[in-house]
Design a protein around this ligand. Structure first.
Ligand code: ADP
Ligand code: ZN
Length: 609
């Protein structure tokens, strides 16, 4: 795929140059040209010429006398003197009294020469230069330049486009995007079925995980043009430009449809608008956002323009953006796990020569927590090191050295887990999963991972209910609380030490336990008496207490008792299943992500290595 960026014209530079040129022209050349073409002579010469009867036409004015020679080939001018007989003498000399046409340049031409011409010249040069620039970049698609034009990069589809196979790992993301590719291949199928395609998809994940690559791959797979712009580019320019850039981008996209529009860092324009703020500073961003929303609402589902946007801060987006009909699908693009890292390393290793001793699996293991972009840098850094040492073939130690260089850089910013921490997180997550699995009322485990998430969690255990569930029994809630406490319980059982990693679990467990007592009437003591009311049920629900102070104390005591009971249960379960806990945690530590099936297989299987 060929990337054509319409050159950023230094517009200000052109305007400045034109102004400067006009100024110079007026200072130097214009006076020479606009001055009168008549020769100034003294009064004596004038009198001599009268004597010689060498006067053609004469025009006497208060401040000057204009006259020509007999043949009217030359115009003269002189300053009038006290001369009462002048008219008579002129008459005698045969001069005609009339209007002497002064051969000065007319104001029209002066204007042309001093102002319009230079402007034309400079516009000409400017356009010539920008055309040349675009030709150099091979752009047939290059856009004409103007202030309000977007700086979108256009990728013209070509045979060497990026495809899904260039993006290693990220299978789940690719799967969700496959539908878009299919739609772009045969939109008729969808139109026929009356289905309208999604307009916007939000790719959510940390930087360097391949979001841009995935968007390009969608365009490559579907062989359609790809427009890309960064959210920060929308707002960086002059005031009022953001909105017009959005308009321009979409009008171009509609022309080229079907196509993909990719907006990187959409949070730069799509941040939550804080309603009450009196600052005017956000107006620009808000206008841009409004324009984007208007454009998205303005085109129908089947125009063939599909907008992919990337962000690593989905929670900061304005809810207006994620409403149905806008960016209503969210595709997570998370950091790669061990297998993913190995695949990414393989993709990037194709470009360089590697010696036979290279073991990318080991490299992938060492680079825990690295993003795709960082892995690409690791490979490149290793190749550079080989060259520095006078070799063309990269060996294992180049790669290992390079990890250290690169990791030292990103460890600071990404807080990559240390080995010990990774082990603790593995036990913690298996703790949740094992407690869940050993209780009859828990939902099955779907996936367990110790790859740090965008949300900030160091790991997580995903449980999926087998069907829709609207009611929960008291036992189910209790089991759920036990599952929440399972993470911490595992830390206690195995390490005899506890960490801060359970803070979210604690919050969830407490909420449930509280609700059992105050809202669900699930305690013997208070029976079916409501002790809390919930406002804004659809917006997360703020609860406020409606009971006496003594009751509050009693509730608090009851909550602690309830959680403690479940915590103890969880600890017992883990102690009883210590061998499985170790085996599973070891397996998760190795693989970083395991599926529910793998989990169950080990749990139910006999001895397995
Ligand atoms: P993002 O848009 O998520 O910040 P990019 O798509 O720009 O990340 O990725 C930056 C670079 O990292 C890519 O050009 C590629 O070299 C490398 N990279 C990231 N993820 C992958 C992946 N899954 N497979 C192969 N290369 C990747
Ligand atoms: Zn936990």
């Amino acid at each position: 795929m060929k990337e054509v960026k319409s050159p950023k014209k230094p517009l200000l530079f052109y305007y400045f140059a034109v102004l400067l040129a006009i100024f110079m022209f007026n200072m130097i050349i214009a006076p020479l040209m606009s001055g009168s073409q008549s020769t100034e002579v003294d009064y004596g010469t004038f009198m001599d010429m009268i004597e010689e009867k060498n006067i053609g036409v004469v025009q006497v004015e208060d401040t000057q006398i204009l006259f020509t020679n007999k043949d009217e080939t030359q115009t003269y001018k002189t300053v009038p003197m006290e001369d009462p007989t002048l008219t008579e003498r002129l008459h005698d000399a045969g001069a005609q009294f009339g209007r002497v046409i002064e051969e000065s340049i007319s104001p029209f031409w002066t204007l042309c020469l001093t102002t319009i011409l230079p402007i034309l010249i400079f516009i000409g040069i400017g356009q010539y230069m920008s055309k040349k620039l675009m030709n150099q970049m091979g752009g047939k698609n290059a856009m004409s330049f103007g202030m309000g034009k977007s700086n979108a990069k256009v990728y013209v589809p070509s045979t060497q486009g990026i495809s899904f196979s260039d993006v290693a790992g990220e299978d789940e993301a690719k799967e969700s995007l496959q539908e878009i590719v299919d739609y772009l291949h045969n939109p008729e199928k969808y139109t026929e079925a009356g289905a309208s395609m999604l307009k916007g998809i939000l790719l959510v994940g940390p930087p360097g995980t391949g979001k841009t690559m995935l968007a390009k791959a969608v365009a490559g797979e579907a062989n359609v043009p790809f427009f890309s712009i960064s959210g920060s580019e929308f707002v960086e320019m002059f005031v009022g430009m953001g909105a017009s850039k959005v308009r321009d981008l979409f009008s171009q996209a509609k022309e080229k449809a079907p196509c993909i529009v990719f907006i990187d860092e959409i949070d730069a324009i799509g941040k939550k608008r804080n309603s009450g703020s009196g600052y005017g500073g956000n107006d620009e961003r808000e206008q841009t956002l409004n324009q984007l929303l208007t454009e998205m609402d303005g085109f129908g589902g089947n125009t063939g323009v599909i907008i992919l946007a990337a962000t690593n801060r989905p929670e900061s987006l304005d809810p207006a953006l994620t409403r149905p009909g806008r960016f209503d699908r969210r595709v997570p693009v998370e950091l790669p796990d061990l297998k993913g890292r190995e695949e990414i390393l393989k993709v990037h290793a194709q470009k360089i020569k590697m010696s036979d001793d290279v073991d990318l699996h080991t490299i992938a293991r060492m680079a825990a927590g690295a993003s795709g972009a960082e892995l690409a840098i690791i490979i490149n850094e290793a190749a550079l090191r080989a060259v520095r040492n006078g070799r063309v073939i990269v060996n294992q130690s180049d790669l290992e050295e390079s990890i250290e260089v690169v990791i030292a850089g990103y460890q600071k910013k990404n807080a990559v887990l240390s080995d010990k921490e990774k082990r603790i997180v593995a036990y913690h997550e298996i703790g949740h999963a094992l407690v869940a699995a050993k209780q009859s009322n828990s939902a099955p485990v779907q996936k367990i991972t110790i790859i740090p998430r965008t949300s900030g969690a160091l790991g997580y255990t995903m449980q999926v209910e087998t069907g829709d569930k609207y009611l929960m029994t008291k036992e189910e809630i209790e089991d759920k609380i036990a599952t929440y406490t399972g993470g911490r319980a595992a830390e206690e059982v195995v390490f005899g030490q506890i960490t801060t990693g359970a803070s979210n679990d604690i919050e969830q467990a407490t909420k449930l336990a509280r609700a059992m007592i105050t809202r669900y009437g699930m305690s013997d003591q208070f029976d079916m008496v409501a002790m809390e009311t919930v406002h804004n049920q659809y917006l997360g629900g703020d609860a406020s207490l409606i009971c006496s102070e003594e009751t509050q104390k009693e509730i608090d005591r009851k909550v602690v008792e309830l959680v403690r009971k479940q915590h103890e249960k969880a600890r017992r379960i883990l102690e009883d299943n210590r061998a499985k806990l170790d085996e599973l945690a070891g397996f998760l530590y190795e693989k970083e992500t395991i599926t529910g099936d793998e989990f169950m297989e080990i749990l139910n299987g006999g001895d397995r290595q």
